[in-house]
Ligand binder design. Structure first.
Ligand SMILES: [Zn+2]
Length: 262
């Protein structure tokens, strides 16, 4: 509550006239406080605090502009059919920036709760609950990411998956799929086709390893069902933001295909 607010003086309510009738509505200070708390709860890493869709640098690359527009269209009808996005691309193309930009948009413009979750940190947190001195339970870690309206799972496949990791992931993704809660996933690992046709083959992290190799066929298949794939291939984001890269003209390839539902 903001006692200093000149509009509501701390009551969080103001009145306004609509069609000749005085009606009450929430004060802007309340709405802004709510957004601020939602952003804090979203767990966005400090490094990405200032990542918005509005400041995503496409470098004038038409393919990236198209991708950005596709994401905006996706957000206008969000949650739509409840499918998420699979942002697939080599390291440094700006996948995490886009994912965090989506979180900012959904919280600030639509008031939808979101959580950012780094894949490796998630596994580390769950494992640490097995330590008998830990104060946290596995349920405490997993419950918020099972139920949040939008989950961003960043860097999927960054850690080699054991059967335990695959089971944990399957549990989380299955639950969200069944509850029709969208998940946005970023990964540095391609599908086989991405490598075959890629002019950016050298940019992918592990050219001989696909996402399926990293997470297994069952999980990859589940992602087909629950996400629309967006393949982002372009110069490294840091290069893209430099003037020289901009002058040279930046190549990029758009591959946006709606993967079929079963
Ligand atoms: Zn106020």
């Amino acid at each position: 509550m903001n006692n200093q607010c000149p509009f509501c003086h701390g009551t969080t309510w103001v009145t306004e006239e609509r069609n000749g009738v005085l009606v009450g509505r929430r004060c802007e200070c309340f709405i802004n406080n709510h957004k601020r708390r939602s952003i804090e709860r979203a767990n966005i890493p400090t490094r990405y605090d200032n990542c918005y869709l509005g400041n995503f640098n496409t470098g004038g690359n038409q393919s990236l502009i198209n991708i950005e527009n596709q994401i905006r269209q996706y957000l206008v009808s969000f949650p739509g059919d409840s499918r998420g996005l699979l942002l697939q691309g080599p390291p440094g193309v700006g996948k995490t920036h886009l994912a965090v930009g989506i979180i900012h948009y959904l919280i600030e413009d639509k008031g939808i709760p979101c959580i950012f979750c780094d894949f490796r940190e998630l596994l580390h947190s769950i494992r640490s609950t097995y330590d008998h001195t830990s104060q946290m339970s596995e349920n405490t870690i997993i419950a918020p990411i099972l139920s949040t309206e939008l989950l961003v799972l960043d860097e999927l496949g960054a850690e080699k998956t054991t059967q335990w990791v695959r089971d944990t992931l399957m549990f989380i993704l299955n639950h969200r799929y069944n509850q029709m809660l969208p998940t946005i996933i970023t990964t540095n690992f391609p599908d086989r086709d991405d490598l075959v046709y890629s002019s950016y083959r050298d940019h992918w992290q592990e050219q001989d390893e696909t996402l399926e190799d990293r997470i297994g066929i069952r999980l990859r298949s589940r992602l087909h069902e629950m996400c629309m794939k967006i393949c982002i291939e372009a110069e490294d984001y840091r290069k893209r933001t430099s003037q020289s890269a901009f002058q040279k003209g930046i190549r990029g390839r758009l591959e946006l295909r709606q993967e079929e539902l079963p």
